[in-house]
Write a protein that binds this ligand. Sequence first.
Ligand code: AKG
Length: 285
Amino acid sequence: MAHTSNLHLAEQLSDDGLCLISGVVPDDLTARLRDLAQRKLHSETPAHLQRYAHHGSLIPVRLEDDPHADLLTSPALQDAFRLLGFTDPRWISGYVITKPPRSPGLWWHQDWWAWDHELSFAARPPQIFCMLYLQPTRKENGALRAVPGSHRTWHPLHSALPEPHTVTIENQPQDTVSHLPVPDEITIEADPGDLVIGDVRVLHATHPNGTDTARTAVDLLFAPHFQDLPEEFRAHYVRQFCLPEAGWWRQPGHPLRGTRVSRVLPTYDGPDHPPVPYRRLPRRR
Ligand SMILES: O=C(O)CCC(=O)C(=O)O
């Protein structure tokens, strides 16, 4: 993906559904993220890493995992979000994703989960991913692939793909539609310090990791315009399992109250809502 001038990044995220901002995370923070990834990986069994070879092992990240809170409040991340026009970015969840040596590519999918709701068709992203690759990531070692524009425009893959994050798609061979190249795809090659920011509705996949070295990244999910979300989504997001237990903001003396990082966490004090119905299969308007 071509590196773009800052002025065009917000436009690119809006038009293509993703963008790359190069060299924003300082080296010392990236080094601490590498340490975090290693600690997380050492706590997993080889069987787990093998089981999630396609996707890459998804190991949850929480606030107490140094340097996660420092990253969330860092000028690097906050300036990037401002540049992209995010009006109220709140962190929802995060994972260390490691693709083992010689592992297959990840299937084509998108990560939006509420396709029955009108919000699915909004111009602004309801949720974004922010990938920080911890080593130079190229086609050879499992770089991201994406179909620009597919976050808002119907694509033949939308009708052809099995539901994401299911055993069915997990079992699709590499020579099926779930993995095969499509004419309009791009590869996003990234370096440590870069941010790859995408609308979760965009179709994406990865190349296989054909090298002898694991390919590791930290994937953070945010609601970029949290205060403008319908109540039922705000009520949903505060209950995500990577976050401190919902209601912490109401507890007198809670250690998070008044901290810098608390401003990046979702809170909600409105009426209760039934859960937003899950629908991972995309739908046309
Ligand atoms: O590992 C990657 O580069 C992409 C991961 C991904 O697509 C996802 O977690 O949805």
